[in-house]
Ligand binder design. Structure first.
Ligand SMILES: [Zn+2]
Length: 425
C-alpha cells in the first residue's frame, strides 16, 4: 500500500507498519514514529514513541519481528519520542534479556529535568497544542517516568557502534531541538531523522515552545544529503523512499529553512520591525515552497518560522512604538474606545467587515466590545461573542496547520462556554 503524506492522520501515525529492505527495516507509525533495524544480534530501535500508544506499538513490533531490543536511540527528548518504553522493557525483564543500551544527546538530560520543573505548565501547554487529539485525557505523559540514557553523547563527533553485521552512525544537529540525534545505517542506505524530518513544513517557531533553530535545520538537511540515502524514516509521516525523492525532500527543506532565515535576517539588518518583516515575508513566500508536498503547513507553518528567526536574534520589544513598551491593560483601552464611539456602531462595523471577508480586521473591532464588555449592553456583548465564534470557526476550518487550528478552536470553545454560562444565568 502506498501512503500520501499529505494527511494529518499519517502525521499522527494512524496507519499500518511499513517494512522494507527485505523486511529487515520497519517503520512503526505512532505519534512519533519508531524506526526498527534488524541485525543478527538483535534490534536497534530509533525512538520509542508516546507512552499513550506504547501497547499498540509493542504489538505492532512483535508482529514483524521477535528479536530482542539491544539499542534504543532517542532522536530528541520530546514526549512523543522517548516515553513509550513500558511494554518493551517489561518484555526484556520477563524474558531475561540484557537491558538495551539507551543513547541520547546530553541536552536531552537537561530537557528531562526541565520537564520535571515545569510539569504542570507543560500539562496545560500540551492540552492546548494537542487539544483535538487529547480529548479529556490529561495524564498521557509523565516527566517522572523516564528510561534513563546509558550512552550520553556531546554530539561533537558522530558516534558509531556495531551490532551484529551492521554498523550504525549517530549524528547530532540542531533543528527542532538542541538535543537532536539522527541515525545513518550505511548497509541499509537508511536515515532515521527524528523530527528533523516531519513530512511537512518544519515545526520551527511553534508558538508554545522554546526557541528552535532554522539555520541549523538547513545544515542538518545538507549533512543528511551527503549520505545519498535511499530511505528516510521521518519523525512523523510515512516512509520516504527512493534516492531521488530523498534528495529532493532534504534539498527543498534545506532551501526553505535558508530562505526564511536569510530573508528575516536581511530585513533585521534593514532596520525593520516585526510587523513589517512578517507581512513582507508573507508576500515574498515562493510558490515552489507553497506547493511542495513536503512543505505543506500540516503541523507547523511558514508563518511560525518567521517568528522563530526574529526571536532568535531579537528581544521582546518588537514594534518600535514606545506605546507598546509597557502598554495599559487592553480592557482599559477598549473601554476608552467605547467612550468615544457608540458600542452598536463598533458591532455594525465588525459585521460589515465580516460580510466583506475582512475577518481578521473584524476580530480586532470585536475585541473592543468583548474586552470592554462591562461598559456595554449585555445583548450586544453576546452578539459580539457569537460573531467572534463564527469567525474563529470559519478560520479553523480553512486552516491547514494542526497547531493553529487547535489554538483557534480552543478559544472558540471558551467563547461557546461563556455564551452558554450566560444563557443559564
Ligand atoms: Zn515529534
Amino acid at each position: 500500500m502506498t501512503y500520501s503524506q499529505n494527511d494529518i492522520k499519517f502525521f499522527l501515525g494512524l496507519h499500518g507498519a511499513q517494512s522494507f529492505n527485505d523486511n529487515t527495516c520497519h517503520l512503526i507509525p505512532s505519534f512519533g514514529n519508531m524506526g526498527i533495524i534488524e541485525t543478527n544480534a538483535g534490534l536497534v530501535v530509533f525512538d520509542i514513541a508516546l507512552k499513550q500508544f506504547s501497547l499498540r506499538n509493542f504489538k505492532k513490533l512483535r508482529e514483524v519481528t521477535q528479536k530482542p531490543i539491544r539499542y534504543i536511540i532517542y532522536s530528541h527528548g520530546h514526549f512523543d519520542h522517548c516515553f513509550g518504553f513500558g511494554p518493551f522493557i517489561a518484555e526484556t525483564e520477563e524474558k531475561g534479556w540484557k537491558m538495551p543500551q539507551v543513547i541520547s544527546h546530553e541536552n536531552c538530560i537537561t530537557r528531562f529535568k526541565k520537564y520535571q520543573m515545569l510539569d504542570e505548565y507543560h500539562k496545560w501547554l500540551n492540552a492546548q497544542q494537542f487539544a483535538s487529539v487529547m480529548g479529556s485525557q490529561t495524564d498521557v505523559v509523565s516527566p517522572y517516568d523516564i528510561l534513563e540514557p546509558t550512552i550520553i553523547l556531546d554530539g561533537k563527533m558522530p558516534y558509531t557502534f556495531q551490532l551484529g553485521e551492521l554498523e550504525f552512525e549517530v549524528n547530532h544537529d540542531k533543528g527542532e531541538t538542541d538535543d537532536s540525534l539522527w541515525l545513518w545505517v550505511p548497509e541499509k542506505e537508511l536515515i532515521c531523522a527524528g523530527d528533523l524530518m516531519i513530512s511537512s513544513y518544519p515545526n520551527v517557531g511553534n508558538p508554545y515552545k522554546v526557541q528552535r533553530y532554522p539555520k541549523q535545520w538547513a545544515l542538518a538537511m545538507e549533512h543528511m544529503m551527503k549520505k545519498d540515502a535511499k530511505f528516510i524514516i521521518p519523525g512523523h509521516g510515512v516512509l520516504i523512499e527512493g534516492r531521488e525523492k530523498v534528495r529532493d525532500v532534504l534539498a527543498i527543506t534545506a532551501e526553505a529553512m535558508h530562505f526564511v532565515h536569510d530573508e528575516v535576517v536581511k530585513r533585521l539588518n534593514e532596520g525593520k520591525w516585526f510587523e513589517q518583516i512578517f507581512h513582507e515575508m508573507l508576500e515574498i513566500y515562493p510558490e515552489k515552497f507553497k506547493t511542495h508536498d513536503y512543505l505543506k503547513p500540516l503541523y507547523g507553518c511558514y508563518r511560525f518560522a518567521i517568528h522563530a528567526v526574529y526571536r532568535l536574534y531579537h528581544g521582546w520589544y518588537d514594534s518600535g512604538n514606545p506605546t507598546d513598551l509597557f502598554p495599559a491593560k487592553s480592557e482599559d483601552i477598549a473601554r476608552e474606545f467605547l467612550k468615544i464611539n457608540d458600542a452598536q456602531r463598533y458591532y455594525e462595523h465588525a459585521k460589515k467587515l465580516y460580510d466583506s471577508n475582512s475577518h481578521q480586521l473584524a476580530l480586532h473591532i470585536l475585541d473592543i466590545l468583548i474586552k470592554g464588555h462591562n461598559s456595554i449592553e449585555h445583548e450586544l456583548y453576546m452578539d459580539a461573542l457569537h460573531l467572534k465564534y463564527d469567525i474563529l470557526k470559519g478560520k479553523a476550518t480553512a486552516e491547514p496547520s494542526f497547531i493553529v487550528r487547535n489554538i483557534i478552536n480552543n478559544n472558540a470553545k471558551q467563547i461557546k462556554a461563556k455564551i452558554k454560562a450566560f444563557r443559564k444565568k
